[in-house]
Design a protein around this ligand. Structure first.
Ligand code: ATP
Ligand code: MG
Length: 567
């Protein structure tokens, strides 16, 4: 089945085991159409792991002509916030998906879920337990030891009904009682040892306010919500495999309107970062990053701020596929997908990060020339622009060395280089300040090389980017590196110890083309020879701030070539 988001490499999505199941269910007539859902808990911002799940669920619905619901699993009011609900919707839309009118909340079903818990109580399949959370844990047993029955397990149906009603009415404090399913305290699957269905929480809920002081657990809400919505394929990550017998038990013991089937896939683990809302929240709360959307974070909103195009993320999801076994994906593979899209789409511009002044001694004072510069060599339709050339320019400080080693071909005393789209220039003199630091280069240019070619056919070994002094706009540029120093952060037990202290470098005094200061936020360009950059939301009209989206170096492609050679 073709998709509308082919991988950037021109690869097509291979059918994975879930798509095969969906296709077979449609072929056999088991389902007339496919209904999936993406069910985030609004207790943090979405990360790249969620992006994989979004591309899978919404992607399947799109490819097979079905639909995908967005459902907030909002069963824990103490951790959930409206800010997260809004951010999640913005992120899913930005990724290119739409739930249409199918926006739901587990809280929409609170009354129904309560009724169903009561249904189990009345059937003698659930009971009110007065044990504390710690005692429940202790009674539950371990993988090798069976659990023990709570002394309250034998309560009569009447007493259970009465206590559950009073729990709902607010008669008891938080933690005083819970409702548990009565399944099997000796089950080899701990999830079946009388799991908690309802707990008391005197907390306001973002949507239901103070209407409730008992809330269903995630396990009790999740499968029943799927059943209410007629979800055909409940796709989730592997850690819920052991919960499937419990979800099936609920479905079998309740008068639900449909029977969803759960399929588990391997969660995305990405090198050099951590995909866990709980840990990311900690980074935010401890002020170790600028916020949830700090461009170093693995959240979707951070990635967007950093300048990654959504298409690059979708391509990445297609390339990694969906498997049944956990593994770790190299972050460089994500960068590779993003770079493919940017290389195709990003306009090329001039910017100088660490400027070194150049004076062209034989260029007339006051003269200014407009030279043609190609906007994107990968895309002829992007056309060209003019850049202005004059007597005073800036080049990159690292493009000059007074005493160059053997393989350094850029500018040095007496050497000629090409200034891109302009002229050949030769360095004649190095000007230093009192401390010996180089502050200026005196150069000459060859007027016959206008546009970048010499009539006599000579070719300098280096072509440099540059910017005219009178046009240059000062800017701040933020360079990013991995948030963690090791590919497997926390492997030695302490995640925080592995945080990369040099994950952000702020450069002030950078110079950019005038048009760059007016670049729309969210549009990523290539600074020639330096990498991909985008305007950051911290910019002010008089002070643009740029994020380095990515460097130009594709380490993943390199690894692939190496791998092939070794085959
Ligand atoms: P976290 O562990 O970061 O808190 P979560 O699983 O608790 O994530 P949810 O809001 O419950 O977050 O997740 C919504 C959906 O996204 C679930 O279906 C979950 O399986 C999926 N998901 C979460 N993390 C990943 C991941 N790393 N890879 C793929 N899917 C994921
Ligand atoms: Mg979860």
């Amino acid at each position: 089945m073709a998709t509308d988001t082919p991988a950037g490499d021109g690869e097509r999505e291979r059918a994975d085991f879930i798509r095969e199941i969906v296709a077979a269910d449609l072929r056999s007539g088991k389902h007339a159409s496919v209904v999936t859902r993406f069910p985030p808990e609004p207790n943090g911002y979405l990360h790249l792991g969620h992006a994989k799940s979004i591309c899978l669920n919404f992607g399947i619905a799109r490819e097979f002509g079905g639909r995908c619901h967005l459902r907030f699993d909002d069963t824990n009011p103490t951790k959930e916030e409206q800010e997260y609900i809004d951010a999640i919707q913005a992120d899913v839309r930005w990724l290119g998906f739409d739930w249409g009118e199918h926006l739901y909340h587990a809280s929409d079903y609170f009354e129904q879920l309560y009724e169903w818990a009561l249904h189990l109580v009345r059937a003698g399949k659930a009971y009110v337990d007065d044990l504390s959370a710690d005692q429940i844990r202790e009674y539950r047993g371990t993988l090798t030891e069976p659990g023990r029955a709570s002394p309250y397990r034998g309560r009569s149906v009447e007493e259970n009904c009465d206590l559950f009603a009073r729990m709902r009415q607010g008669e008891f404090p938080d933690g005083a009682r819970v409702v548990r399913a009565k399944i099997d305290m000796a089950s080899g699957n701990i999830n079946l040892r009388d799991p908690v269905l309802y707990r008391i929480l005197h907390a306001s809920h973002p949507r239901t306010g103070d209407a409730w002081c008992v809330y269903p657990t995630y396990d009790f809400a999740h499968g029943q919500s799927d059943a209410i919505e007629g979800i055909t394929h409940s796709i989730c990550t592997l850690e819920f495999e052991d919960h499937r017998p419990l979800y099936d038990w609920f479905i079998e013991n309740l008068p639900v309107p449909s029977r969803p089937r759960q399929y588990e896939f391997a969660r995305l683990n990405l090198s050099h970062t951590v995909l866990s809302k709980r840990f990311l929240l900690r980074l935010v709360n401890e002020g170790r990053v600028r916020g949830w959307n700090d461009p170093r974070m693995p959240t979707i909103s951070a990635i967007r701020r950093r300048g990654f195009p959504a298409e690059g993320l979708r391509d990445f999801a297609a390339l990694i596929g969906v498997a049944k076994r956990d593994g770790i994906v190299d972050y460089a593979m994500l960068e590779h997908c993003v770079r493919n899209v940017l290389n195709r789409d990003a306009a090329r511009r001039f910017a100088v990060l660490r400027p070194l002044k150049v004076v062209i001694e034989n260029y007339p004072e006051g003269k200014v020339e407009e030279l043609l510069a190609v906007n994107n060599p990968e895309d002829p339709a992007a056309g060209s622009r003019t850049v202005r050339f004059a007597r005073e320019l800036y080049i990159e400080r690292e493009d000059f060395l007074e005493n160059p080693p053997k393989k350094f071909y850029r500018l040095s005393p007496g050497r000629e280089v090409r200034l891109r789209y302009a002229y050949f220039v030769t360095c004649r003199e190095v000007v230093k300040d009192a401390s010996g630091e180089i502050v200026e280069l005196r150069c000459t240019y060859d007027p016959a090389t206008r546009g970048g070619d010499a009539p006599d056919g000579r070719r300098p070994k280096a072509t440099l980017h540059w910017i005219t002094a009178q046009d240059a706009v000062p800017a701040e540029v933020r360079l990013y590196d991995h948030l963690f120093t090791r590919a497997d952060p926390g492997a030695e037990g302490d995640l925080l110890a592995d945080i990369n202290p040099a994950s952000e470098e702020v450069l002030s005094g950078c110079l950019v083309e005038p048009a760059l200061a007016r670049l729309p936020v969210g549009q990523t360009v290539q600074f020639e020879r330096l990498g991909y950059f985008c305007l950051d939301s911290d910019s002010r009209p008089d002070r643009p701030v740029f994020n380095r989206t990515l460097t130009l170096k594709d380490t993943w492609a390199k690894l692939q070539t190496k791998g092939r050679q070794n085959d």
